[in-house]
Ligand binder design. Structure first.
Ligand SMILES: Nc1ncnc2c1ncn2[C@@H]1O[C@H](COP(=O)(O)OP(=O)(O)OP(=O)(O)O)[C@@H](O)[C@H]1O
Ligand SMILES: [Mg+2]
Length: 202
């Protein structure tokens, strides 16, 4: 079964869409797992709290290493074994988040991000990446009552650059990207994803 990822800026609706998708896949009786990055393992969840804690400060390259470490453990402990077992794997964020945030958003050279992530992902790229594309201003409105994590506190300019980065990635990796308008209703977004899933599930 395929490995699929959901990407998009903070508040674009990834978690919302995934929880709805989960319900639909359960109804279909499909064998699948859902994970999120950073996190998804015991070590990963601890790295997640380091990365998102507003009390710490990390340089962009330090972020790249921490995300890659969390990703390495997730790939080795969870994703590869699940795929080997024949499960569909759905992940909220993956390497494209590092390219979009630390690369396009914060200026770490993309080549360096690829090099650091190469041993972490062991050649595993998603077969399908759903990009929930949306204007960061709309997300700001959506998230106005939420307690912000460290990355979210970095503001609108970062989110705009990250959005631009994602659109570049979607252009570059045309064959695996599905670009969706994230202002649509979650139910509509999920039916688009299910349609695409039919195509990639063999
Ligand atoms: N399609 C939608 N239309 C309107 N509001 C939405 C939609 N999807 C999500 N929301 C709302 O936007 C907020 C953020 O959604 P969500 O947590 O799913 O985003 P996310 O992409 O997972 O964010 P993060 O990057 O922080 O994990 C929530 O309050 C959610 O209810
Ligand atoms: Mg989320």
């Amino acid at each position: 079964m395929p490995f699929i990822t959901l990407e998009g800026i903070d508040g674009s609706g990834k978690s919302t869409v995934i929880s709805l998708l989960k319900e639909r896949l359960l109804e279909k009786g499909l064998d699948f797992i859902v994970i999120r990055e950073p996190g998804g393992t015991l070590i990963g969840e601890r790295i997640r709290s380091l990365l998102l804690d507003p009390n710490y400060s990390l340089s962009p390259i330090e972020e790249v290493y921490l995300y890659a470490t969390s990703r390495a453990v997730l790939v080795r402990e969870v994703i590869l074994p699940a795929l080997k077992n024949g499960s569909l794997v759905i992940s909220e964020r993956y390497i494209d988040s590092s390219l979009a945030y630390q690369g396009y958003g914060k200026g770490v050279p993309l080549k360096l991000i690829y090099e650091i992530n190469r041993p972490a992902i062991m050649g595993l790229y998603p077969e399908l990446t759903i990009l929930l594309d949306i204007d960061p201003l709309i997300c700001l409105e959506r998230l106005k009552d939420k307690k912000k994590d460290r990355i979210e506190l970095e503001g609108l300019t970062l989110q705009r650059n990250v959005r631009h980065g994602y659109l570049k990635l979607a252009e570059f990796y045309k064959e695996r990207y599905l670009l969706l308008d994230a202002t649509r209703k979650p139910e509509e977004i999920v039916s688009e994803i299910l349609k695409e899933l039919k195509r990639v599930i063999r």
